[in-house]
Design a binder for this molecule. Structure first.
Ligand code: SAM
Length: 345
């Protein structure tokens, strides 16, 4: 059968529209769960196209809700779609979709933040990390309160080859608040350059696909939404443990408007701060008067490598946290203050 013939045979039969399903099951959007639905199937088709060719693909959709994006994924020829939905109210509507696409839709009632994606698909899906990505995609239009912690978790999984990346370089197509989408893809020197830009871009190719105006959602959120596509790199641009990279990047960005050496200083305890900062900047050969937003990924790599060298010479450095030291100092001061001494008696 030709590809277009196969695709036509996989298209869903006539069904109630997503809007009708919402009415049928009385699926009022829960403000608490930040539910904003996409009812326009041309728009959900456009999101799904960003993932690439889904013919015969395995897909995990996060937060299917009333199933608009789910229909587009099924219509694009996915062979096996696993949906993870937290809100029970959506399960009957999803079951209806599952009956319309026999054997192609698996429904999990659960929380994507704890769901074991590494167990969701057969091992035969796997592709070696150094080769092509597996025919497995993660797609989702999630609440912003979930999509940001989730991408941070998945970036760590990507670095460690865990979670959805036990199958290889699994691609992700996810929605974010427009500002977060811009931060994820911001280049060196841009106003939006942030910790998230460096953490995402050292591990993957990140593409800000398009912006969906808030008015396209029901109910309309306060902000516009960006669709972002991630393809893990075969070779991460920084070859150090994720936690170490995260620590260096976080410290440097805590003073984003100041010279980068200010943040580097805070990687070290006060007693050796000046001396080790100078040594780290020299080893990395990075101009200490550049600002966090002006540093390239290669400069972050040089800084992470230099920090790793210093830590292998003095392993206790790795557990040093400036903010923790500040917190303890602050606590100590409060304990010694006369008012606090009184209130604790
Ligand atoms: N995908 C649907 C659409 O585009 O119309 C619904 C989008 S709505 C913004 C987000 C969906 O994610 C809701 O159905 C909500 O119940 C679900 N959700 C929220 N948090 C979740 C979590 N931690 N795990 C799984 N689903 C979640």
């Amino acid at each position: 059968m030709s590809a277009s013939g196969k695709l036509a045979s996989l298209r869903l039969p006539p069904l109630p529209t997503v809007g009708e399903l919402i009415k049928l099951y009385n699926l009022r959007a829960e403000k608490q769960l930040s539910q904003n639905f996409l009812l326009d199937l041309r728009l959900t088709d456009k999101i799904v196209r960003q993932a690439g060719n889904l013919m015969d693909a395995h897909v995990c959709e996060v937060g299917p809700g009333p199933g608009g994006l789910t229909r587009s994924i099924l219509n694009s020829g996915a062979a096996d779609l696993l949906v993870v939905e937290k809100d029970t109210r959506f399960i009957p509507g999803l079951k209806l979709l599952s009956e319309a696409a026999p054997g192609r839709l698996r429904i999990v009632h659960g929380d994507i933040l704890t769901y074991r994606t590494d167990r969701g698909f057969p091992a035969t899906v796997s592709k070696p990390w150094g080769g092509d990505p597996p025919n497995l995609h993660i797609i989702g239009n999630l609440p912003f309160s979930v999509s940001t912690p989730l991408i941070i978790k998945w970036l760590e999984d990507m670095a460690n080859g865990t979670g959805p990346f036990v199958y290889g370089r699994t691609r992700l197509t996810l929605t974010f608040q427009k500002e977060v989408a811009e931060r994820l893809t911001a280049s060196t020197g841009s106003k939006q350059r942030s910790r998230l830009s460096v953490m995402a871009q050292y591990l993957c190719t990140v593409r800000n696909c398009f912006t969906i105006p808030g008015r396209a959602f029901v109910p309309k959120p306060e902000v516009d939404v960006g669709v972002v596509h991630f393809t893990p790199l075969v070779q991460p641009q920084i070859q150090q443990p994720f936690k170490l990279v995260e620590k260096v990047v976080r410290n440097i960005f805590q003073f984003r408007r100041k010279y980068c050496h200010k943040g580097v200083e805070k990687l070290f305890p006060e007693a050796c701060r000046m001396e080790l900062t100078q040594e780290m900047m020299q080893k990395a050969d990075v101009d200490p008067t550049l600002r966090a937003t002006e540093l390239t990924i290669s400069q972050f790599r040089a800084l992470a490598d230099a920090y790793a060298q210093l830590c292998s010479r003095e392993p206790s450095l790795l557990s040093y946290e400036f903010r923790e030291e500040l917190r303890l100092k602050h606590l100590g001061r409060r304990r010694n203050s006369p008012t606090d001494a009184l209130s604790s008696t």
